[in-house]
Design a protein around this ligand. Structure first.
Ligand code: FAD
Length: 532
């Protein structure tokens, strides 16, 4: 006996849960099937590093969620979500004792930049002013299905007011150069390039500057908020909202097959042998390589899709280290205000070198690190006077060598992971001598551990596929499939493998849900005899 729903959503990551919420709002009956024992995907947290410390298992800061009209529209505050902010949004310490800082108060950010390099303060405020005029349209355009007609027109209408083609040129300038073009000092360069490096677009390639500006300006306007109590509180709030409206979630239920009949997705089957019918749609919050030729057999796909998927490119792997720290990070030169996020690289040049090593399949000698002081941001995360800290960095999917001392083989067994974590920890120690002696517990998640905890993180890839231009927009996940629709009728791609890609903004899920609703309306208005 199989149960049937209007829609089955495969995967309870943020995109799956956003899709499920939108469908239930439209009055559909919806079942979410999640492979892991709990919801959340890469937005989860647990006390599994040290008792009394809540560590985010994967993602931690959510400017894209706070800036996303989709997620805001769900009013998750009514479902238990409380956002917390660190005293400062972001900091980048350098060995000479200086900090590049981003504060939510733009005047404060500008004042500190100006102290380091006169003139940069005004240049920063000018950039913020331009963003005030065009930023909402740019975020809207990035998060809409491609082509983004409404927000594209909105952005065009504002273009003159922000400097016309000069502004377009700025947006197309690679991140490594953008800071140099618009500013004289080091801080804005470090801030823009470091934030651009959250995606895997090379810092010398067009697109990286836009990515850097997007995150930095979100940091400047909405901050880098975190859910009080742990990252998982965000996805739990999405799940609570969905269930309060009658939605069903079944965890520990891995979907292994999508049944296709007459070129339409009609049901899913789980590893335990359960079958769930989907009378209107199946939405797959699943990484594209697992969907095409995996859950949907090649026999049910056009040869062109199978062929195109052979050139699908993952983004790099990731190694993440979590520390429980007694007494906080002992910065040799403390920041002017405690930042939630911080980056570690001696300079933009060194950042670029580390990222180039990764794209050349070498394990970086001096990894560029993204890090978070979670108790600084949300005091509920660990006892007073301690810090729940993490840092992650990227490593090649298939390493051919180690640009460091040659000790890491790139097989990412325990030995590789711990050695590499030592390399990362040494970078913090350089800026905060004595850090190691304060560590109460350390946990290292390598690419394998990530994938075990969330099948979408293939080889530790965090963005559902490279964010480089050749796999974005109409090319995501592969050319010809640039929307949530798939070659199988009634089946929609609702994961970060779809446009606009990684990050917790919910747009991939929302785009898939909207497409499913729109197609269903047309189908149900069509006389049964003419339906396909
Ligand atoms: C280490 C790390 C740090 C990050 N930091 C940030 C950050 O600070 N801010 C930010 O905005 N983004 C960050 N990201 C990226 C962000 O977390 C992801 O882009 C986002 O979670 C993607 O959402 P998703 O719903 O598409 O997929 P996921 O969050 O990966 O969820 C997919 C879900 O589907 C389930 N699933 C997959 N296959 C099946 C199946 N066959 N059957 C049933 N269930 C299945 C999985 O178990 C999982 O629960 C980070 C990611 C990682 C890994």
């Amino acid at each position: 006996m199989s149960r049937a729903y209007d829609a089955v959503v495969i995967g309870a990551g943020p995109n799956g849960l956003v899709a499920a919420n939108h469908l239930i709002d439209a009055g559909w009956s919806v079942l979410v099937l999640e492979a892991q024992p709990e919801v959340g995907g890469a937005v989860r947290s647990a006390e599994d590093v040290q008792p009394g410390f809540v560590h985010d298992t994967f993602s931690a800061f959510y400017p894209l969620a706070e800036g996303s009209p989709t997620i805001r529209s769900f009013h998750l505050e009514d479902h238990g979500l409380t956002w917390e902010h660190a005293p400062a949004v972001f900091g980048h310490p350098t060995k000479d004792g200086q900090w590049a800082m981003l504060h939510r108060d733009r005047d404060l950010t500008a004042r500190q930049m100006d102290e380091q390099h006169p003139g940069d303060g005004d240049a920063w405020l000018e950039l913020c002013g331009q963003w005030d005029r065009i930023g909402d349209h740019m975020v809207g355009a990035l998060l809409s299905p491609f082509p983004p007609v409404k927000h594209g027109i909105g952005a065009l209408a504002k273009l003159r007011s922000v400097g016309g083609l000069d502004f377009v040129r700025s947006m197309l300038t690679p991140a490594a150069e953008l800071g140099r073009v618009r500013f004289g000092g080091r801080s804005p360069r470090l801030i823009i390039a470091g934030n651009a490096a959250h995606a895997d677009i090379p810092l010398h390639a067009p697109g990286s500057g836009l990515m850097g500006l997007l995150l930095v300006m979100l940091g400047q306007t909405v901050g880098f908020p975190v859910p009080q109590g742990g990252a998982g509180e965000l996805t739990k709030a999405l799940a609570r909202r969905f269930q309060s409206l009658g939605g069903e979630i079944q965890c520990s239920s891995e979907v292994t097959r999508i049944e296709v009949a007459g070129r339409r997705a009609v049901a899913v089957r789980t590893r335990d042998g359960e079958r769930f019918g989907a009378t209107r749609a199946v939405l797959a919050n699943v990484a594209a390589p697992h969907l095409y030729g995996g859950l949907v057999s090649e026999a049910d796909l056009p040869a062109s899709t199978t062929k195109a998927m052979r050139s699908f490119e993952l983004d790099p792997g990731t190694v993440k280290v979590d520390w429980a720290v007694d007494g906080g990070v002992p910065w040799a030169s403390p920041p002017p205000a405690a930042p939630g996020t911080f980056h570690i690289a001696d300079s933009v040049e060194q950042m670029t070198e580390a990222l180039t090593q990764v794209s050349n399949h070498s394990i970086p000698a001096a990894p560029f690190m993204l890090a978070g002081q979670m108790t600084t941001t949300d005091p509920t995360r660990s006892p007073p006077g301690t810090e729940a800290l993490w840092a992650y960095t990227h490593v090649p999917q298939a390493a051919v060598g180690d640009a460091g001392d040659g000790s890491i083989r790139g097989v990412w067994d325990r030995d590789d992971c711990e050695r590499f974590a030592d390399r990362m920890q040494a970078r913090i120690e350089e800026l905060a001598p004595g850090f190691g002696s304060r560590v109460l517990a350390r946990r290292v998640l390598g690419p394998r551990e990530m994938e075990e905890r969330d099948a979408n993180l293939i080889g530790g890839s965090i963005n559902g596929g490279t964010a480089q231009l050749h796999q974005e927009l109409i090319f995501r996940p592969v050319p010809g499939l640039g929307r949530a629709e798939t070659p199988v009728r009634g089946l929609y791609l609702a994961s970060a493998s779809a446009h606009p890609g990684g990050g917790v903004h919910g747009a991939c899920g929302m785009n898939a849900a909207r497409a499913a609703i729109a197609h269903t309306r047309v189908r149900e208005l069509t006389p049964a005899a003419l339906r396909r």
